[in-house]
Design a protein around this ligand. Structure first.
Ligand SMILES: [Zn+2]
Length: 409
């Protein structure tokens, strides 16, 4: 059962998630929902607390690169996969020149230069298991629809156990926030995969989306620039259920300039497709392109008054993948380690702690409430089974120090 309380009043979240988080961490998994519900009831019907400091974030972009591993995020390219046999790579010299460097720090900077300059210097990165920072999906399925459902609705759901095109029974934080007076009609979805209209339950949520893929979603389909519509129809698809990341990026950039959304989902898909195809070279190139798309979007937002200094970007993946010479291609319930994930975040309310180490574990189920909290709303109150916000990324100290003990990069 989902108990809904729709957002309406901008609430000061700075204090409340701390209670929810710290209390819940002392409880077993089986009692988490109950504990959260109790806190919710206490908050709803008990005395309110004094408002906390107002946050600066007024816009949030959630950007997902499907199945992009934490291993590449933190270590860069993996040399053992520079081979025809294990990585489908024919020109290993060219791939080496592009992405091989002697240290993990240099490799990851070559692969993901925006993440390892702008975000590492001014934001936070979670998920480097070698440094004691673990991010996981909790749904147990370790594939796409359950992963997106967990991220967007705050918890895994046993009913979501396939990638079949079934309307999501759960309420996403995007749909919920789109019902608030402040954000109504300022929320949009862009995703390369043809299951996104179902994951966001477009027929119920009425969220604008691109591409719409099927006629029943046409009413809510965002119109991209004419050149993009023509280019898409004239370019042979590589996959029947996925369009190119580059097409999506151009549609997003146009929409941001034209419509100025305040909450935006951007789902890139090529990283997962190339990994399943066993093409490590193309997988790396796709990750490199996503990094550059994010750079361009960040620079665009910083050039526009509505967004500059008021926008938070959250980057993550919907699941991890296996490890080693062959398991890197796969993910799913039986693939060891595929629950491992990563989160990168940058924005005006996130302290510049860089690459995090020795942190408490973080789950993808916390992202829905984190997004809402950054926008001043309490998703946990509306959906008690949701993971609590990641409080460490919300609220900058007056003088944020980059020499904090947690900083490892
Ligand atoms: Zn996926």
């Amino acid at each position: 059962m989902t108990w809904l309380v729709y957002p309406g009043v901008r609430s000061a979240l700075a204090t409340r998630p701390v209670f929810c988080t710290s209390f819940r961490m002392r409880l077993s998994e089986s009692t988490r929902t109950l504990s959260c519900l109790c806190l919710v009831l206490a908050w709803l019907f008990g005395p309110d607390t004094a408002p906390g400091a107002a946050l600066k974030t007024q816009n949030v972009f959630l950007i997902i690169s499907d199945g992009l591993r934490w291993q590449e995020i933190f270590n860069g390219a993996e040399e053992s996969l520079f081979s025809k046999k294990y990585g489908g790579v024919t020109d290993t010299n060219a791939l080496g020149r592009a992405y091989w460097r002697p240290t993990p720090e240099a490799r990851r900077s070559a692969l993901l230069p925006f993440i390892w300059t702008e975000i590492a210097q001014n934001g936070q990165l979670f998920g480097n298991q070698a440094k004691g920072s673990v991010v996981t999906v909790t749904n147990g399925k370790k594939f796409s629809y359950p992963g997106y459902n967990e991220i967007l609705t705050g918890s895994g759901d046993p009913r979501v156990d396939s990638n079949d095109k079934r309307p999501n029974p759960n309420l996403s934080v995007f749909e919920w926030l789109n019902r608030s007076a402040r954000l109504k009609s300022r929320v949009a979805v862009f995703g390369t995969w043809d299951v996104f209209p179902y994951i966001f339950n477009i027929e119920r949520s009425h969220l604008p989306i691109w591409p719409g893929w099927e006629p029943q979603f046409a009413h809510w389909e965002i119109s991209p620039p004419t050149y993009l519509t023509e280019l898409r129809s004239e370019t042979p698809p590589m996959w029947e259920d996925l369009t190119w990341d580059s097409f999506l990026f151009h549609a997003v950039r146009d929409y941001v300039k034209r419509e100025r959304p305040r909450l935006l989902f951007i789902g890139f898909g090529e990283t997962d497709e190339w990994a399943h195809a066993g093409r490590y070279d193309e997988y790396l190139h796709a990750a490199h392109r996503v990094d550059d798309f994010v750079r361009q979007l960040w620079q665009l937002t910083q050039s526009l008054r509505q967004y500059r200094g008021k926008t938070t970007f959250i980057l993550t993946a919907d699941h991890g993948r296996g490890d080693g010479l062959t398991a890197w291609k796969d993910h799913g319930e039986k693939v060891a380690g595929a629950q491992g994930d990563w989160i990168a975040i940058i924005g005006p309310d996130t302290a510049a702690l860089g690459e995090r180490g020795q942190t408490q574990s973080v789950t993808e189920s916390q992202l829905a409430a984190t997004i809402a909290a950054l926008l001043g709303e309490d998703y946990c109150r509306a959906v008690p089974r949701s993971g609590a916000p990641i409080t460490e990324v919300i609220g900058k100290p007056a003088q944020s120090s980059r020499s904090t003990p947690n900083r490892t990069q």
